[in-house]
Design a protein around this ligand. Structure first.
Ligand code: GLU
Length: 487
């Protein structure tokens, strides 16, 4: 049987790393098994629906390259793929459960439910559940409530004794005590189904064979199993993915530790390839000695058996390292293209400008970039006329005995040089040999004078990229204004 998996986000917030990893694992599984990857939007919670979240989710998935075969924006035989457009379907299945006696209408109002919880608390009972009182209503009581115009919800009758078990593909046998379960709502008073009902009806009708989802859904699974049983349907295989932990292991990853939206990672200058690689290894033991893994390699190797039960620790340093590695792999044309929006944003280039004029500079920066956004600071002294001098570097390197004189002596060498990388290298080395000045005395001050800082790509390449005019102007400025030693 062809496998069918789905990513089923609720558009109540932006797509975060955990959701992106769930989507990725489903995608890899579908590609590995030659199955289908569906995108279904679970938008039945109208109070929490956010239109921006919907757009963010689909755009983030596209940016990550996680293309879906069927679902919203794509269509397919099992649509619609927005749950809010499937209300008639759910109604039909709710009616079926009512008819079979697996569900009942509950007329309790919000206030009454709150009062019941209060009462249970006073008696020292669990306040989580519902005591099932509406399942015992007489015909007369029901008629009375109906006549009052009360709009009921529908609750599913959970078994109250014994256990409900399922075999999770990652965790093995999972068992829940039924006396801990409550008769949960499947249809709300507003006519919308709850997550539990809509989710399993759709998984069934859409032919989903494997449900891979975040660990936080595991406690909902006994409810889902009981719903499948009530309909007489075979449940899919469940696989609950390990939780993503803070570095050091102290609990679930929070916003502060990096659990921000995928788009925020994009804005910070991460490459989608790097983020995908990083997410894939959060909980999946790909190999002991290989960390840079292409999507093709992932697809070839993906299997649920290799996903860990234990939580996966998030280390931003690892993500940064990976991002740098992926930056190194890009062609210079591609790198320039990807950096372009950040350069435009910083006002360093303008729309329509010839990108190829930056290729040489980009090739110098490529080994040094960690994030694409680093380019803005690193390229600034190449593109701007006025540069920012790092005060500490100026103090430490330029305001030193002899620097003014040495730069002044070097100036004519620069002026008469052919200014290719090779000639600069040759001419400056000849100058150092002749004057018996060390590279520390010549190259370091020169670097600070022309770039404003003590770290840059190779000196001769940097001088060449800057061009003679800029270099001489900055050397002159340094001689005049930056090398004076303060008393
Ligand atoms: N709509 C749920 C979510 O937002 C889906 C959970 C599931 O995959 O069953 O994550």
């Amino acid at each position: 049987m062809k496998s069918r998996v789905r990513f089923a986000p609720s558009p109540t917030g932006m797509l975060h790393l955990g959701g992106a990893r769930t989507a990725l694992f489903n995608y890899l599984f579908a590609r590995r098994t030659g199955g289908d990857f569906l995108l279904r939007i679970e938008d039945t919670d109208r109070a929490r629906f956010q239109a921006e979240a919907l757009e963010d989710i689909t755009k983030s998935l596209q940016w990550l390259g996680l293309t879906w075969d069927e679902g919203v924006m794509k269509g397919g035989d099992c649509g619609p793929y927005f749950q809010s457009e499937r209300l008639d379907i759910y109604k039909k299945y709710v009616d079926e459960l009512l008819e079979k006696g697996h569900a009942y209408k509950c007329y309790c109002s919000e206030e009454e439910l709150a009062a019941q919880r209060e009462e249970a608390k006073e008696k020292g009972l669990s306040v989580q559940g519902y005591d099932g009182r509406c399942s015992r209503l007489t015909k007369e009581q029901i008629e009375k409530y109906e006549a009052e115009g009360r709009v009921p919800t529908v609750r599913f009758k959970m078994p109250k004794t014994g256990t409900t078990s399922f075999t999770d593909a990652i965790r093995g046998l999972v068992t829940y005590q039924n006396d801990q379960q409550t008769d949960f709502i499947i249809l709300k008073a507003d006519g919308y189904p709850t997550y539990h009902l809509a989710n399993i009806v759709d998984d069934h009708l859409m032919g989903i064979t494997h449900v891979m989802r975040g660990d936080e859904w595991i406690s909902s699974t006994p409810k889902h199993i009981c719903l499948y049983n009530a309909f007489g349907w075979t449940p899919p295989v469940f696989a609950h993915l390990p939780v993503i932990l803070k570095p050091g292991g102290g609990g679930k990853l929070s916003k502060r530790d990096g659990d921000v939206s995928v788009f925020q990672y994009k804005e910070k200058g991460y490459l989608p390839e790097a983020l995908v690689n990083f997410l894939a290894l959060l909980g999946w033991a790909y190999s002991e000695d290989q960390e840079i893994v292409t999507v093709d390699e992932m697809i070839k190797a993906f299997s649920l058996e290799h996903i860990n039960k234990a939580g996966a620790q998030f280390h931003v340093e690892k993500l940064n390292w990976m991002n740098g590695e992926y930056i190194r792999k890009l062609t210079v044309e591609d790198l320039t293209e990807r950096c372009w929006p950040y350069l435009i944003g910083a006002g360093l280039v303008c729309e329509g400008q010839d990108k190829s004029s930056l290729h040489y500079i980009m090739s110098l920066l490529q080994p040094r970039l960690v994030l694409l956004t680093d380019v803005v600071d690193m390229i600034s002294y190449f593109l701007k006329d006025e540069i920012d001098y790092n005060e500490a570097d100026v103090r430490k390197i330029l305001k030193k005995e002899g620097v003014k004189e040495n730069l002044a002596a070097l100036r004519p060498v620069l002026e008469s040089s052919d200014f290719t990388v090779e000639s600069l290298d040759k001419d400056i080395h000849a100058f150092m040999a002749e004057t018996e000045l060390s590279p520390k005395k010549v190259l370091q001050p020169l670097r600070v004078a022309v770039t404003g800082r003590s770290c840059s790509p190779g000196m001769f390449e940097t001088l060449f990229a800057l061009g003679k005019e800029k270099v001489l102007k900055r050397v002159d400025y340094a001689i005049e204004s930056l090398t004076n030693i303060e008393a």
